[in-house]
Design a protein around this ligand. Sequence first.
Ligand code: SF4
Length: 410
Amino acid sequence: MSNISVESKQKNPNIVDLKNSNTVDLKNPNITDPIESLYIHVPFCTRKCGYCDFYSLSSKVADFSAFYYGLQAELAATLADIELNNLHLNKLKTLYIGGGTPSVLPHDVMTSIIDLIRKEIGFTQDLEFTVEINPELNGHNTVLAAIEAGANRISIGYQTKQDSLLQKIGRLHSYEDFLIILNLIRESGIENISCDLMFGLPDQTLKDVLESAEQLIELKIPHISFYSLILEQGTLFYKKYAEHPELLPSDDLERLMYRELLDLFEQHQYQYYELSSTAKPGFYSKHNYNYWSTKPYLGLGPSAHSYYNGIRRGNVRSFKKWSDNPFTSAELEPVNFFQAMQEYAMLTFRLAVGFSPEKFKQRFGINQPFDAELERLLNKDLIYYNSNTKSYILTKKGLDFGNQVFIEFV
Ligand code: SF4
């Protein structure tokens, strides 16, 4: 871990100027960017997976009407807020319905939500519209309804090929179920498909991970997100494994799994474009790219986040509190110009294109102020300078120890 403290960073003369100067009136560019992305969090799942920290309730006790009316009220208040602040909202370029498990919604509720967004905001011709689904057998009608209503990208929670591992992590589907839903989606004419793949699971071997990835490659899945298991406090897995890390793959094995996945995807002409994302050309996630570029987005639903007008808004993680008061129960965090620069640097280092001083200047109107941080990272061999792209990019070591890079900008 880096031993650079925030306090020591403030001694950097550039940074002190930017933080304290009264002569510059520089605003977070997120305020002036047009808003073109929306995320909707569906807070219901058939059953909680052992490792999951996302906010979700059991779909057996779900009040789907209250959810729809909550979304309607939150959207109306959000649009009023946008108007009040003279912000620029365009028709959507990206819409992402995630969760939770959106495919547990009754199909008419899914259609009503999509109609609501279309009517109140509107969609561009080239909208990327993703719906997240689980390969459980009970959500097929909803998936088809979403596709009929305009969804053109489906993200499937595949996780792993081995049924024994799926059971171990609490998933309700089998590999066979995944194949059934995949066929259904393809028969509906959808090519833009993403699959989530997990590694570092209890008892998972390197062979399991590679077999799971090879299967996706063979099935010609054009976008794959690959994540390692993270023990989140409050989850069943945290209770079970936090004090018994020996039951999980070691850090070295987990790093090996990640590297081997990167190599495998590269051999099959996938472009790794972000730390956890790889895609065939033309299939990267525009919605997620928007986040990593610190552009504005709206978020609706309990626990959803939004970032517009230079303010991060985190909705309350309680269905009851949210539905009682969908807009005003959120926590607000204004992001000033300096913090916006830090976030931009941190997030662009996640991207394969890396941190470009030229693009930074285009976004913020000033030269990047992070010479000291970049120097330290270069010296530690965590990043390198690519003279063709004129950007700083993570080295192999940086890919393994990304947190040491990001912490420089916190
Ligand atoms: S289905 Fe997804 S959101 Fe729901 S509990 Fe499992 S991992 Fe979490």
